[in-house]
Design a protein around this ligand. Structure first.
Ligand code: HEM
Length: 317
């Protein structure tokens, strides 16, 4: 689903792309954003959860406390920041969350698993567009201990469940150059209670498909072969993940939320600065990163399309 241009979080602040810890502190601390696509994306999420629950939700028993904390935190955040659409009432340990956009409510007794039918993170994720991950902060590193993941960019929750932060990132080419990923892990371990940080990650997707897990690669990966110089603008979408890291104060674990946005190149090129930045970024992208992001197969068509558009608009770099 492509988002409206005004709501699109364009990721490039410079003309060349290099891995960086482009995180900034968020005040107030937030994990969640509601966009105009809320209803459509929630419906899609629920269909995916219904059809492929094991692919979209996984957890280790150790994550249960953090899941409770994350659910309560997300519901409280929604009730506070979007009070016309959500509310949260509390009497002792009894909670009632109301979602007026969906006409639904969730009632639960805090930390009492017999009061709910699904695990807490699985409930919370059904009310927000974000994918939600719990990273347990243990003495020997950060471990992926639970996740509700419906819109992954070519990765598998089943594969990474229980893995440590650095091992999760092993498939990314060059990510440990200059000790990058270890520095990122140290940065995360220093995030303070209730603090939230935000960064953007980007990739490209053919068509406006949000659900591109590793498990169904055979269905969507081959679309890359269908890109031609005629259909580039319509088929290729810039995919941006707004990722937020929040330290949960009771368990000291990290809630990692991922909000995925897609914008077709035809829409993106309406903005001259975005067009120029995307062009230079793609032009100088190293071969291994282009390969990793799946762009290598249609990189020529992409560059020709962007050059042609720059010329038509009379824009110089
Ligand atoms: C703590 C929560 C995080 C989790 C669970 C996570 C997980 C992942 C996963 C599963 C991938 C895809 C790996 C694959 O191809 O199999 C990935 C890619 C990546 N991650 Fe993370 N990550 C986290 C935080 C971060 C942070 C804070 C940074 C940097 C500051 C970062 C930098 C990257 C980069 C650069 C890539 C490659 C993405 C691309 O080029 O498309 N990650 N991450």
């Amino acid at each position: 689903m492509s988002v409206k241009v005004e709501q699109f979080p364009f990721p490039f602040t410079e003309d060349r792309y290099a891995y960086s810890n482009n995180s900034s502190l968020l005040k107030p601390a937030r994990s969640i954003t509601i966009t105009d696509h809320y209803l459509k994306e929630i419906q899609l999420k629920r269909e995916l959860l219904q059809a492929n629950h094991k692919r979209c939700f996984r957890s280790l028993p150790i994550s249960l406390e953090s899941q409770w904390e994350a659910m309560r935190r997300i519901f409280a955040e929604l009730a506070q920041s979007e009070s016309e659409h959500f509310s949260l009432e509390k009497r002792g340990n009894e909670y009632r969350f109301q979602n007026h956009l969906l006409g639904e409510e969730e009632r639960f007794t805090y930390r009492d698993s017999s009061s709910i039918e699904l695990q807490p993170l699985d409930i919370a994720g059904r009310h927000v567009q974000e994918d939600l991950i719990i990273m347990g902060d243990r003495h020997d590193g950060l471990f992926l201990e639970a996740g509700q993941l419906c819109f992954p960019s070519n990765w598998s929750l089943t594969f990474v469940l229980g893995m440590e932060f650095k091992s999760i990132h092993t498939p990314v080419p060059g990510i440990d150059q200059n000790d990058f990923i270890s520095k990122v892990e140290r940065f995360i371990s220093r995030i303070r209670l209730n603090e939230a940080w935000e960064r953007k990650n980007w990739s490209m997707t053919i068509s406006n498909m949000l659900d591109t897990p590793l498990e169904t690669y055979a269905n969507w990966g081959k679309l890359r072969l269908k890109v031609t110089d005629k259909n580039v603008g319509e088929m290729v979408h810039l995919r941006v993940e707004v990722q937020r890291l929040l330290r949960l104060p009771m368990t000291n674990d990290i809630l990692f939320s991922i909000h995925t946005y897609l914008l077709s190149l035809n829409d993106l090129i309406q903005n001259d600065l975005w067009l120029k930045r995307l062009y230079t970024t793609i032009q100088f992208l190293s071969d291994d990163i282009a390969e990793y992001k799946g762009i290598a197969l249609y990189k020529n068509e992409l560059i020709q399309f962007l050059e042609k558009t720059l010329n038509e608009k009379g824009l110089s770099l």
